[in-house]
Write a protein that binds this ligand. Structure first.
Ligand SMILES: [Zn+2]
Length: 146
């Protein structure tokens, strides 16, 4: 999944009660975590060439749990849960292709990859992001009228 798709998942997650009823600042760890795995792993893999592809150090259960705990220390317990939601949403959205859930405890056949943006997929995900934004706005509109 590419950036618009991950943002669409985070926007959809922002409709969960903890984000609707909680302070708006919880959206910061949610949206940071929704992009963080790709920012870290694609930088390591495709800019620094320290790993063969863009899914490893931040695309596993241990980074999910560890970074959620760290976010909890920085943003408070609710912020830790917000990070957990954003990071987990990212990993689940990526799970159509290999996600190394138990790296580094389990060996994975990391294959050489390259950073690429499929324009059709980018367009599809952008449309989905726009639809999720529209439905989220509509939901807010009707929610305020109750
Ligand atoms: Zn990813």
């Amino acid at each position: 999944m590419q950036i618009p798709g991950h943002l669409a998942v985070a926007v959809a997650e922002s409709n969960l009660p903890m984000f609707q009823r909680g302070p708006r600042r919880l959206l910061i760890p949610l949206f940071l975590a929704s992009l963080f795995p790709d920012i870290v792993d694609k930088s390591i893999g495709y800019i620094f060439h320290a790993m063969p592809n863009g899914r490893h150090f931040a695309h596993n259960l241990f980074s999910l749990l560890g970074l959620s705990l760290l976010a909890g220390l920085i943003f408070g317990p609710a912020g830790g849960w917000a990070w957990f939601c954003g990071h987990l949403g990212h990993l689940l959205a990526d799970s159509g292709r290999m996600v190394p859930w138990f790296f580094p405890l389990k060996k994975y056949p990391f294959q050489k990859g390259r950073l690429k943006f499929d324009p059709i997929q980018l367009l599809q995900e952008t449309v989905i992001l726009l639809l999720v934004l529209i439905f989220s706005r509509k939901r807010d509109f009707f929610h305020k009228r109750d």
